[in-house]
Structures are given as C-alpha cells and as structure tokens.
Design a binder for this molecule. Structure first.
Ligand code: PMP
Length: 435
C-alpha cells in the first residue's frame, strides 16, 4: 500500500516518472496527453530545456536565502518583469508558494490597508457563489462553493456571496448580456449597501472562472461595472488570476481583456508552470504606500517567500512565453480547440455548453439540452469521464454538478501552450471516446 496520503484515499494513482513536452509518462510506460495542464499549470509542457537549465543554474549558485535577510537576483528580476507588464496601478509583488497563499496574502493586505488608513471596521469581504479561491481556511471561506465549505463551517464570518456572472444558466430569457452585467453590478451594490459601505473591505472574483464553473467568461462590460461600483464605495477589487492568468486566456493578465485593473491580483499556477511551486500577489501603489507610510511592516510571511530557485524558474517560464510569441499561439490554438470541440460536441445530446477563452475551454454536461438539466451529482459523471480519459491517455480536469441544480458536471481543458494541431485532434478524439 502507498504511504502517500492521497486526497482520494481509496483510489490508485499511476506513478508519473517522466515528462515529454505535453505528455506525462507513467511507470508502466503509458503516455498521457496533458490536456488540462494538471490544473491549468503546465503551460510550457513538462520538459522545457530553458526552464530546466535556469533551475539548475540557480540551484547550483544560490538556492535559497530567507526573505527576512535578503532578496535575490531572480526575485528582483521577476518582480520587475511582472510589474512592467501588469495592469495599471500595480506596483509591487509579494511572492508566495502557491495560489491559496496568494489569496491569503491578498486578504491580509486588504485588511491591513484599511487598518493603516484608519478604517479598521472595513472587514467584510464579498465574493461570488460557485467560486473557488483555494483550500486554506481564509481562501476556503472566500470561495462560494457550498460543497467544499459545508463540512468545515463555521468559516470566517465576514464573507458574503453574490451571483456569479454565468450567462449559460443565469442570463434571464428577456435579458441581453449587457443587461445581465448591469443587474449583477447592481446586486453587488445592494450587498455593499446592505452591509454598510463603511464595513466592506473588498470584492473578489476570477475574471474567467476556472475550477468551479469550467472556463466561464463574464458578459461584456460586467467587470467595468463591478470596478465602478467598488470605486464608488471605496471597496478594494481583488482579481484572482491564479488559474486564468499568466497567458492562459491569451493575454498575460486576464484583466487586460476586461479593460480594467485591480487593487490586488493573485497569480500562481502558470507563473512557475509546474517547474517550481510559486505564486504571487500583485499590490497596487495605493496599498503598498499606505503600509509603507504607516506601520511599515506587512504582518504576514512564510518561510519560502520568494524562493530564489522558484523565482528563477518562473522568470525563465515567463521569458520563454514572451520570446517564443506563445500568447499569439494561445489565441490561435484556443480558436482551433474551440472550433474542434464545437464540431465534435455541439450536437451531442449531453453537452449543454462549450465555452472559454484562449487555451481555457470548458464543456458542461446535461441530461437535457433544452432544459439544461444537470446529471444527478450522485452519478459522479465528471469523475467517471476523468477516469475514462485517463484510460485513453488523456488528462482533463473534471468538476461535479451541484445538488441544488445550479450547475452541471463539467470538464475543463487547459493544455500547454506548445501544442500543434495534431494534439488538438488527439484531445478531441480521446475526450469524445471518454464521454
Ligand atoms: N484561486 C483559484 C482561482 C484557483 O483556481 C486555485 C486552484 N485551483 C486557487 C486559488 C488555489 O491555488 P493552490 O491550489 O495553488 O493553492
């Protein structure tokens, strides 16, 4: 028996032993095309020579220096790289080791900002239903996924949830996409007013919803309106780009395509592309200055902040994406993938919706396409499709439907940016077989 404490304690996992471009190979020699990038992580595939060399060079020179004593060259260079390309107003980078840590740091930065400027009562956070922001307790409390939360309740008390921007299920029959955005921004405003704006700290949302809804983009104009509502009431906007950021949707930051900036942006997965564990919280000048000119000390920290080898890996990943023109490739491949999915599945009796942006595409499964009826969650259809896909040699990322019928099972695809058309054909074929 394996002594590894798996999340699924009664399941057998193959042992991955080698990476080969977009494929992982297990100890039996079976090859798996990584159509999910793990969980939207591996954007450069699994054996990138430039990244491997950058890691080897850094680990051989200076692997780690504790952040309370030193910065490091790769840490400084990576921060410069990100801020040079970040949406307006973001001026510094707080490094962490993954997505949940990036969200925790964002929450505490928001809270400390209001303490520093003399508004300590601004503690309340607003997020959206059916959202996922991580699994540590603060990030879990932020997320609006009832199933993940329920057994750990009570979580943090100062969080409330408003509707997600999920046109497939929540756009009303008599409503244009634009009107839906207006309605949802008004819902946020009402929630702020209900709580009292003077008590509200921040609103947090994923620009393109990944794990919980399967690559759901917002309706046009939604995020601009959300930004306006936040500004009107002095509420900070936190964009969680842990999954959709770092080029995944065709621009380095997903916020760029919404035409907005944020007070805090969290990134992780694609930042280190799986070569090293790393995440970051991008911090606006306003928040940084308030803390710098106030106590001068952010009351937070972890041992592996800004790990030099992790920063060197992430810098090499991001430089490779830029120098090889991979963002253009994401757009091109994304169009090709969506076209293939539509051709193969648009008429499929059990595929209700095909959606996404760039190399971030989702399929939602239903029993009845007209009524959009989700499958009974007890069937665990998503898990069965994942298993069948693995047997085909394909990795796809599954998520279950909900008991309340608010969403169906879905499959998320988030492959590496280095594919060619034959890989897109392989994804479509194997996924079709699995479904
Ligand atoms: N935020 C979002 C939007 C995510 O998708 C995830 C991971 N799926 C997280 C936060 C948490 O990241 P991690 O698993 O690296 O802690």
């Amino acid at each position: 028996m394996s002594h590894v404490f798996h999340r699924h304690l009664n399941q057998d996992y193959p042992t991955a032993v080698k990476g080969d471009g977009p494929y992982l190979i297990d100890s039996q020699g079976r090859r798996y095309l990584d159509a999910s990038g793990g969980a939207a992580v591996s954007c450069l595939g699994h054996s990138d020579g430039d990244v491997i060399k950058a890691i080897q060079d850094q680990v051989g020179t200076m692997a780690y220096a504790h952040s309370s004593f030193f910065t490091s060259e790769p840490m400084e260079e990576l921060a410069d790289f990100l801020i040079d390309r970040a949406p307006e107003g973001l001026e510094s980078v707080y490094f962490v080791s993954g997505g949940s840590e990036a969200v925790e740091a964002a929450l505490k930065l928001a809270r400390q900002y209001f303490i520093e400027i003399g508004q300590p009562q601004r503690k309340h956070l607003i997020a959206r239903r059916q959202s996922y922001h991580g699994n540590t307790l603060g990030a879990l409390a932020t997320g609006g996924n009832a199933w993940r939360r329920q057994q750990f309740e009570p979580l943090l008390i100062n969080v409330s949830h408003v509707s997600p921007c999920y046109a497939y299920r929540e756009q009303r029959a008599d409503e244009t996409p634009e009107a839906m955005g207006v309605r949802l921004a008004a819902e946020l405003e009402e929630e702020i007013l209900r709580l009292g704006a003077e008590n509200v700290m921040a609103f947090v949302a994923e620009p393109v919803v990944g794990a919980t809804l399967g690559a759901v983009t917002a309706v046009p104009g939604y995020f601009k309106r959300i930004r306006e509502v936040c500004d009107r009431y002095g509420v900070l906007l936190i964009l969680d780009e842990v999954m959709c950021g770092m080029g995944r949707t065709g621009s380095l930051f997903a916020a760029e395509q919404e035409g907005i900036s944020a007070d805090l942006i969290t990134i992780a997965k694609g930042l280190g592309a799986g070569y090293q564990p790393i995440g970051a919280t991008l911090v606006s000048g306003k928040i940084r200055d308030a803390i710098a000119n106030g106590s001068g000390f952010f009351q937070h920290g972890h041992t592996y902040i800004g790990h030099a080898t992790a920063c060197a890996a992430a810098l090499a990943v991001q430089q490779a994406i830029e120098s090889r023109g991979l963002l253009a490739r994401v757009n091109h491949l994304g169009d090709g993938l969506q076209a293939r999915l539509k051709e193969r599945f648009a008429q499929h009796v059990n595929i209700g919706d095909i959606r996404g942006r760039g190399l971030f595409q989702g399929l939602e499964l239903v029993t009845d396409r007209t009524k959009k009826t989700p499958f009974d969650p007890a069937l665990k259809l998503h898990a069965r499709i994942k298993k069948a896909a693995m047997a085909e040699g394909l990795m796809c990322y599954p998520m279950g439907g909900t008991l309340d019928g608010r969403q169906g099972d879905h499959i998320l695809l988030a492959p590496p940016f280095i594919l060619d058309n034959t890989h897109l054909d392989e994804i479509t074929l194997k996924l079709g077989n699995a479904i």
